[in-house]
Design a protein around this ligand. Structure first.
Ligand SMILES: Nc1ncnc2c1ncn2[C@@H]1O[C@H](COP(=O)(O)OP(=O)(O)OP(=O)(O)O)[C@@H](O)[C@H]1O
Ligand SMILES: [Mg+2]
Length: 504
């Protein structure tokens, strides 16, 4: 049943077989949120039932995280009502919400990097009387019950991004939650980790927990969600049973227009302009040639060697030679004109407390400074240029990057890399957290740079993304490149090579 909202909360009858008639655990009514004079939620409604996975969808900046942060006690609503099991509630803090059984996995990793996994799991929940040993045993038991094997007793910054995210998920599952919110949980996860997460979600749903699931991946939504609510510009657009809608319909609700998904592979010719030799520590060396304007895609699951090879290209966890010149550190890579968009935007990417202007100008200091003095007018122009090219919203150079929606932060980091006018570009998961409409816009920018002659290495866990841009695809498995595929190639072929179902 599809219901288009017109100001008031719609009736949402359900077909009998799709869900048993469960009372709503969570009722958010007429939620308004203003930041200063800017209103970002204009009276939003959301109702989630026990044992339901409710997908909350919308473009970057639609207001999904803001709405859920109100629920989770991060920030108060300007006005509106929140009911839990029919009781009006207003949470003063994340701990207060957690105490009432409302837990949220945040879009940005929110672990304390210098604390251990066990300390992070029970941060704020533990009596100071618990000994380190008891804490570790309790953590080990909790992780075991989830079938997770994560290192204890070491600072979590030493864990991989995926491990940190699994730890954050485990933290959300501490105790007996009644409402669980997952804000783009799969972005940093590998395929097997995603399967594990889906198992957890199926289990907690079976226990009657109300689950809100935010994602830009409609495939995930169709796999695990019962209902979907779409927001656009801080307003409800539709709520529907997933079984009664289609991906195309949801995209149209989100974007307000038809989005064409297309291939942008362009033919390249000429001699290679880059001879590259990557030497990752503990993995096979990789020789790579790049032509002007060529987009080479790297695919492979985590542990396949894709990430290690990529990192050694910029002197992390190994070293590399670019046309015979050594690159032993990230600084050296940047000095040689190698631009890199890193995988983890929070720790390696955006300076969240700087403005969009400051972030975009960060790698381009020579460009915007005269006699060593930064020209803020030049910075502003550079920032405005990239804000327009990447459709960063809001389009205000003085906006704080930390106050942008997740997808827009990703665009700022990309803008910063591109503003430095690299001679060769390495993109790692370039559209992580970016909505469907904006993803196509970013692909357009990448294809435009390639058409202008920039050689690009594109590494992504999203095979479809690689397929749409790269003329040549290197498949990693077991620490080395096992096949080289050339466009046109089908998604099924790429996946068959990635998984090892096909080897030639
Ligand atoms: N602390 C803040 N101060 C000012 N504006 C904010 C703040 N937090 C969010 N906003 C604004 O509110 C709007 C909604 O942002 P929100 O993070 O909820 O979007 P989202 O739907 O989660 O998007 P994404 O898919 O990119 O994560 C955006 O315009 C954002 O810039
Ligand atoms: Mg968000």
């Amino acid at each position: 049943m599809t219901a288009l909202h017109e100001g008031s909360p719609p009736a949402q009858p359900l077909s009998a077989q799709s869900l048993p008639a469960q009372p709503p655990v969570l009722h958010m009514t007429d939620i308004v949120k203003r930041f200063g004079s800017v209103e970002v939620l204009h009276g939003v409604h959301l109702e989630v039932r026990a044992g339901e996975v409710h997908a909350l969808l919308g473009e970057n900046g639609a207001g999904k995280s803001t709405l859920m942060k109100i629920l989770a006690g991060v920030q108060p609503a300007t006005s509106g009502e929140l009911r839990l099991n029919g009781e009006p509630v207003r949470f003063r803090s994340v701990a207060d919400a957690a105490h009432h059984g409302v837990r949220m996995l945040f879009q940005e990793l929110s672990l304390a990097p210098d604390l251990s996994a066990e300390e992070n799991l029970y941060l704020g929940d533990m009596s100071p009387l618990v000994s380190d040993r008891e804490l570790r045993e309790q953590a080990a038991a909790h992780l075991r019950s989830l079938g997770l094997d994560l290192p204890l007793g070491v600072p979590v910054r030493t864990l991989s991004v995926g491990e940190r995210q699994m730890l954050a998920i485990a933290r959300a599952l501490v105790g007996e939650p009644r409402v669980l919110v997952f804000d783009e949980p799969t972005a940093p996860l590998t395929a097997p980790e995603i399967e594990k997460l889906f198992e957890f979600i199926a289990q907690i749903r079976g226990r009657g927990v109300a689950v809100v699931y935010i994602s830009h991946h409609l495939g995930e939504v169709f796999r695990i969600a019962d209902r979907v609510t779409v927001l656009r510009d801080g307003q409800n657009i539709a709520t529907s049973d997933v079984a009664n809608t289609t991906q195309q319909q949801i995209i149209e609700w989100m974007v307000g227009r038809h989005v064409e998904v297309q291939s942008r592979v362009q033919p390249v010719s000429g001699d290679p302009v880059w001879q590259i030799e990557a030497r990752p520590v503990g993995a096979s060396p990789l020789h790579l040639e790049l032509r002007a304007g060529e987009v080479v895609g790297l695919v492979g699951i985590v542990g396949s060697g894709r990430g290690a090879a990529l990192r050694s290209l910029v002197g992390i966890g190994g070293e590399s030679l670019w046309n015979g010149q050594p690159v032993r550190s990230l600084e050296e890579a940047l000095r040689r004109g190698i631009g890199i968009l890193p995988e983890d935007r929070k720790t390696e990417g955006a300076v969240l407390d700087g403005t969009i202007r400051e972030n975009i100008a960060l790698s381009s200091l020579p460009e915007v400074s005269r006699a060593g003095v930064i020209q803020s007018g030049a910075e502003g122009r550079l920032a405005q240029d990239w804000i327009a090219r990447l459709h960063i919203r809001p389009a205000q150079a003085e906006y704080l990057t930390g106050a942008l929606s997740g997808g827009n932060q990703q665009k700022v980091v990309l803008g910063r890399v591109l503003a430095a006018q690299p001679k060769v570009l390495i993109l790692e998961e370039p559209t992580r957290g970016v909505d469907i409409g904006a993803r196509e816009e970013i692909y357009e920018v990448i294809a435009g740079l390639a058409a202008a002659g920039l050689p690009i290495i594109l590494s992504s866990g999203d095979a479809q993304e690689v397929l749409g841009l790269a003329g040549r695809i290197l498949v990693f498995r077991g620490g080395e490149v096992v096949s080289e595929l050339h466009a046109p190639v089908t998604l099924e072929e790429v996946i068959a090579h990635v998984t090892g179902a096909r080897t030639h």
